[in-house]
Write a protein that binds this ligand. Structure first.
Ligand SMILES: Cc1cc2nc3c(=O)[nH]c(=O)nc-3n(C[C@H](O)[C@H](O)[C@H](O)COP(=O)(O)OP(=O)(O)OC[C@H]3O[C@@H](n4cnc5c(N)ncnc54)[C@H](O)[C@@H]3O)c2cc1C
Length: 370
């Protein structure tokens, strides 16, 4: 029997656990999770009887195989009609997000915007995030939708500090055509009242799961870790936490941005417009997004639970999308001996790794191991 250690029981760790047990023979899997539950921020919690997760945790993918895999285990209710909107306080208006060409006619400075769109610079010569976005949509649209949002999201003063351009929602700067923001992707959420929780249970059925367990010392070169008063050795280690942590920060600690989540119930069956599940706030408000959970969960109530995300330093949720930190993460990845792998959002140290990407990375890894 080969012994496998999975560090962290979020989506990436649980997907790796499930796929090893399903697809490989003669592997014995141990998953160590420091929290008292699996799933991390994707676990369903309750407030006033309303189910919620830490932030929206909407399942969104263009990867059909990943969708079919998850849907077979926790059937997904599709919501292709789902639209995102952004509040732009300078215009006192809500617009579609990604920025949609159809909204420009209703903007007070439309002439200026059209003029800027006609004389855009070449995006390929952009050296930083700000230049990239101004070259993609012009200064005015950048000012309305991106400038303040990005600064508050990453707790930074200046967007030119950023030299990678991936920004939520993935890869679209100025959208033409349908307003349903994800007309090219599969968009949904589990039908189950407990959201993704049944997945975490199924995925770890044949795994030894150690909850509430903190690894005290990592000796990754020797593929062993110290917890519960003993050293434990493994043939394979699949890491899903910050690569700097498993190497005791030898090249310095990788930084992350955190989040606070405020929850409040409003006395209305629904609060947001029909097809809107969450709303971005692109100005100086201290929060980034509001989510109306029952749009996803279909929870029945005369009231509605809203979640408000406030960027903070609480928690390690968002790896910084800057080349200098990604280079440090890559240095850590190169320290990994044969048989040690890092996947997931923190493990890869890539902000753009969402739920679907965690599953894809686990699928690719288990194929590579077999
Ligand atoms: C607020 C918010 C909203 C989001 N919304 C969406 C969305 O709508 N759609 C989408 O696709 N993605 C969304 N994401 C991203 C997506 O949820 C994550 O990419 C994904 O859940 C990451 O899974 P993971 O397994 O890589 O990491 P995590 O979920 O962070 O899991 C890592 C696990 O490791 C554990 N751990 C940490 N340190 C140790 C240690 N020393 N020893 C043992 N265990 C440890 C943690 O407790 C945690 O359970 C959102 C993220 C956030 C923060």
């Amino acid at each position: 029997m080969k012994k496998v250690l999975i560090i962290g029981g979020g989506f990436a760790g649980c997907a790796a656990s499930h796929l090893i047990n399903r697809d490989l023979k003669n592997y014995e899997v141990t998953l160590v999770e420091k929290s008292v539950y699996l799933g991390a921020g994707n676990k369903t919690q309750y407030y006033g009887g309303h189910p919620y997760t830490f932030g929206p945790r909407h399942f969104l993918t263009q990867d059909r195989e990943v969708y079919e895999y998850l849907n077979a285990l926790v059937p997904i209710r599709l919501c292709p009609e789902h639209e995102f909107i952004t509040y732009v306080s300078s215009d006192s208006n809500f617009y579609n997000f990604p920025i949609n060409e159809d909204d420009i006619p209703s903007m007070p400075d439309k002439e200026n915007i059209y003029k800027e769109l006609k004389s855009l610079n070449d995006v390929s010569s952009a050296l930083n995030f700000e230049e990239y976005w101004i070259a993609s949509v012009g200064k005015t649209l950048y000012g309305k939708f991106v400038n303040d949002y990005n600064k508050k999201m990453w707790l930074i003063d200046c967007n030119s500090e950023f030299d990678t351009f991936k920004w939520s929602p993935k890869g679209i700067a100025l959208k033409k055509g349908p307003r349903a923001a994800w007309d090219v992707a599969i968009s949904g959420y589990p039908y189950d009242k407990r959201g993704y929780d049944p997945y975490f249970e199924i995925a770890t059925e044949n795994t030894k799961v150690l909850l509430n367990t903190d690894i005290e010392v990592f000796d990754i070169p020797s593929k062993r870790v110290f917890f519960d008063g003993d050293w434990h050795s493994f043939d394979l280690i699949i890491n899903t936490i910050s690569p700097s942590v498993i190497f005791e920060n030898v090249f310095g600690e990788l930084p992350f941005i955190g989040r606070d989540l405020l929850k409040f119930v409003l006395p209305s069956e629904f609060v947001f417009p029909k097809n809107v599940y969450f709303i971005y706030f692109a100005g100086q408000e201290p929060f980034t997004r509001l989510v109306e959970y029952k749009k996803f969960t279909h929870h029945k109530s005369q009231h509605s639970l809203i979640g408000m995300e406030i960027p903070s330093l609480n928690g390690s949720h968002y790896p910084l999308p800057m080349k200098k930190w990604q280079a440090v993460a890559d240095k850590y990845h190169k320290l990994q001996p044969d048989g040690v792998f890092s996947i997931g959002r923190a493990g890869s140290y890539r902000y753009e790794v969402d739920i679907d990407d965690c599953i894809r990375q686990a699928m690719d890894l288990v194929k590579a191991i077999s």
